[in-house]
Design a protein around this ligand. Structure first.
Ligand SMILES: [Zn+2]
Length: 486
């Protein structure tokens, strides 16, 4: 056993060019990552705990043990985030994050190991150093382009939202170069092969992501929802998957090795998918928060993404965020505080006098401001709702100079209170691992998918099946079903 593993390692070194990897993580990176970890976890809806989180951490450490980093078992940390966004990312200093939503796409432990290995590879190969250089190059994009694209650089408006809300967008929205992605795939595949897994899991995982991104694009055409994060930060292509297949073929274990599907599915069963109702639900163009009892509708052509403390709305004519802040009964002070939070007091914005209005019976105030930037004029608007004696909510909107609130007029007018019955009707979705019985078909099982649309497509994509696939009894498949709220 040991001998063949050694041989495999030797073969690897010959077959793939040696990639420079850190022997030890930098002390200042480690300190920085440890300091930022609580905010990142909070931003992404909190960390999962319990058996599933421990399982992910175990697999991560097993894979990271192949990275060559000194004391890898202690140096790397693997956190499962309660986020509806399909994403995995890493922070220099040894912190790797994976969302429950991305886990839902996976078919077995080897695919999980690959994702964790890929992210560990970014850290071990020190990719973030060059990534930061790439980000400052991006900042020469036009102001609106920068805002809409969510690019965060030196541009004062690119950084508005990130500064104000303490986002960690930079970590998740900056792209690695194609070459770095290839290297991380290469390292991830090498790590999992050396840890005893089937190295073709890299290719099958990338296939699952490609299927999900393609399905999402089709659903979006109808409903509108942001592109899966992994797809935007880790450029996906048929090409990347084909390369991963070639990389795997260099290992003797290709097509063999552990997949550990049963162990993985046992952990995956019951994992929540899509939004956590406790953080609000995105359904097409509608955002509903059952606990806060509120709902609003974004304009057609815009997309929405939800995080623990804000909803971000983006489209070609502007960007907006819905959030809340401290409110002590004074709406003037509330708006001032929102602006202060947005700019950190560093950018001068000329605001119009505050106007009062009512929206669906709710008292509201708004103010439109204008700011001059090197690349043109941008309108910054705040629309705030006096929800109760102790609670206020607001939209912040960034639009092209002269447009004011116009692109978001229907949205600010749509905020309303929902009834207890409407709130109770909102149910979370979970992965339900199901053992196929005689008589089940793709069509009959797809009917159990807890979605109003694309039931068959979603079922096929989730399970890597074709419409004419025969399901043999005893095979385990993933369904997405509603969970009753406790
Ligand atoms: Zn990557």
């Amino acid at each position: 056993m040991r001998k063949s593993l050694m041989l495999l390692t030797a073969v690897t070194v010959v077959a793939t060019p040696a990639l420079a990897q850190l022997n030890t993580l930098r002390q200042n990176d480690v300190a920085e990552a440890a300091k930022n970890n609580p905010s990142i976890v909070a931003e992404y809806g909190g960390a999962e705990t319990g058996a599933r989180a421990a399982y992910v951490n175990n697999i991560g450490r097993r894979v990271a043990g192949q990275s060559g980093t000194a004391n890898a078992g202690q140096a790397y940390h693997f956190t499962t985030l309660n986020s509806p966004v399909e994403n995995a990312f890493s922070v220099p200093g040894g912190y790797v994050y994976i969302t429950r939503q991305l886990m839902g796409l996976m078919g077995d432990e080897a695919e999980l190991a690959f994702v964790l290995g890929h992210e560990t590879g970014h850290i071990a190969a020190d990719h973030s150093r060059t990534r930061q250089k790439a980000s400052s190059r991006n900042s020469i994009l036009s102001v609106l382009g920068a805002i809409v694209g969510g690019v965060i650089g030196n541009n004062p408006f690119g950084s508005l939202i990130s500064q104000g809300l303490q986002r960690y967008g930079q970590l998740s929205t900056l792209s690695f170069s194609r070459q770095q992605e290839y290297e991380a795939d290469q390292l991830g595949i090498r790590y999992i092969a050396q840890a005893g897994y089937d190295p073709t899991a890299g290719a099958t995982m990338l296939d699952a992501l490609t299927r999900s991104a393609a399905l999402e694009a089709r659903v979006q055409g109808k409903a509108g929802r942001s592109t899966p994060e992994w797809a935007s930060t880790h450029p996906l292509s048929e090409n990347r998957s084909a390369q991963a297949r070639q990389l795997a073929a260099q290992f003797a274990r290709a097509g063999g090795g552990m997949r550990n599907r049963d162990a993985f599915l046992a952990q995956l069963n019951g994992v929540r998918v899509d939004d956590d109702p406790a953080q609000g639900i995105v359904e097409g163009q509608t955002f509903t928060h059952p606990d806060l009892r509120l709902q609003f509708i974004i304009p057609a052509g815009f997309q929405m993404s939800n995080s623990a403390d804000a909803v971000t709305i983006e489209g070609s004519s502007g960007k907006a965020q819905f959030s809340t802040g401290r409110y002590d009964g004074n709406m003037q002070a509330y708006v001032a505080q929102v602006l202060q939070g947005l700019t950190g007091g560093q950018t001068q914005i000329q605001m119009s006098p505050i106007q009062q209005t009512r929206v669906n019976g709710i008292p509201a105030v708004y103010s439109i401001g204008r700011a001059q930037t090197d690349n043109g004029v941008v309108d910054v608007s705040v629309f705030a709702y006096q929800w109760s004696a102790t609670q206020a909510y607001h939209f912040v909107m960034l639009t092209q100079g002269g447009q004011g609130i116009a692109p978001f007029q229907s949205m600010v007018g749509s905020l309303r209170r929902i009834t207890p019955a409407e709130a109770a009707a909102i149910r979370p979705r979970v992965i339900n691992v199901y053992s196929v019985r005689a008589g089940d078909s793709v069509q009959s099982l797809a009917k159990r998918m807890a979605y109003r649309d694309f039931q068959i497509d979603r079922f096929l994509s989730l399970n890597n099946l074709q419409a004419n696939s025969r399901l043999s009894p005893g095979t385990r498949v993933k369904l997405v079903t509603y969970e009753l709220r406790r």
